[in-house]
Design a protein around this ligand. Structure first.
Ligand SMILES: [Zn+2]
Length: 314
């Protein structure tokens, strides 16, 4: 990974004299109220407002809860009242048609008072937008197809007009920020200093953002080790951690002790702890509109591919 040069990055002025920014986008895979409530209680106690994604429509049994469950929905709405952002993780844990996605976006707006501002693709859904090989341009696409033996070719079609799952126009109209690449660096800005960015090759997404790898409690706690926290602050950077809080952070009622102590340590630092879309709005206000160049896109894709090849992350 280190063979590929890093971008330099601009100095960001953080609000309220804070020295860096930190947030989490929580992918809702496997999550129920019971298996993540303690995680959110800790974040609320520490004054960290992050982003919890949801599915609107019921999916397959065992995938995790959706807003179709009244008790879960009530808990999610309570998180929103406490200042957490509610994000979108497609309409459901299973693939949706265009009409199902349209209905889910309308229902989301009814439930939460606005359309989703941030989202990530649920990695198995056919209506994934610019997902699989479609995340990449050449030459990275060919490298990706070689590495995956072409298994994900043409699998995701949310951006293809005429497909039954097409919802690109709805995404562009209603969703502001869509997640793409995840990197093995606590300072997401070091890997993607121009986020949020627009990519003219992917017109159905208004703005893309990158993230730092924290998919499970193991990678999350490794990424947020004390030395990494120090560096994030020293670099004046921003971390958008991509995780699944249902992946080992809480067992029964008990939080993973490493997670708890690292978050307590982070909360004592002079960071700006706001949800994903608020952090990205601030970057956008500071940096202005950014149209990604061919050179920037190629470097970003190759860095991601190298990390994926060596580390296996998403
Ligand atoms: Zn998912």
């Amino acid at each position: 990974v280190r063979l590929i040069p890093a971008f330099g990055y601009p100095r960001i002025r953080w609000p309220e004299g804070r020295r860096f920014a930190f947030t989490v986008f929580d992918d809702t895979d496997l999550a129920t109220r019971d298996n993540v409530a303690e995680v959110y209680r800790l974040l609320a106690d520490l004054g960290m407002r992050t982003t919890k994604s949801v599915w609107v429509r019921e999916g397959a049994a065992g995938d995790g809860s959706s807003c179709a469950e009244p008790a879960y929905l009530e808990w999610v709405r309570d998180l929103q009242r406490q200042g957490f952002e509610i994000g979108f993780h497609n309409a459901s844990s299973v693939s949706s048609t265009r009409e199902q996605t349209r209905a889910a976006l309308e229902r989301f707006e009814q439930l939460f008072g606005h359309m989703p501002r941030s989202m990530s693709n649920h990695s198995r859904n056919a209506e994934g937008i610019y997902w699989g090989e479609a995340r990449l341009e050449q030459p990275s696409r060919t490298l990706f197809n070689l590495a995956t033996r072409g298994l994900r070719r043409g699998q995701f079609r949310g951006h293809e007009p005429g497909d039954e799952g097409f919802w690109g126009d709805l995404c562009r109209q209603h969703v502001r920020y869509v997640r793409n690449f995840v990197f093995d660096d606590v300072n997401t800005l070091r890997c993607c200093p121009f986020m949020p960015y627009h990519d003219a090759r992917k017109p159905y997404v208004s703005y893309w953002y990158a993230s730092s790898e924290g998919a499970t409690v193991e990678s999350f706690t490794k990424m947020l080790a004390p030395g990494a926290q120090e560096r994030l602050e020293a670099e004046g950077g921003a971390c958008i951690m991509y995780t699944h809080f249902a992946s080992g952070f809480q067992r029964d009622e008990r939080l993973d002790p490493r997670f708890r102590s690292l978050m307590e340590r982070l909360a004592r630092r002079p960071g700006w702890f706001v949800p994903t879309s608020e952090l990205l709005d601030h970057l956008h206000a500071q940096l202005g509109h950014h149209e990604i160049s061919v050179a920037e896109r190629t470097l970003l894709e190759l860095r991601w591919l190298a990390g994926k090849a060596f580390l296996g992350h998403t």
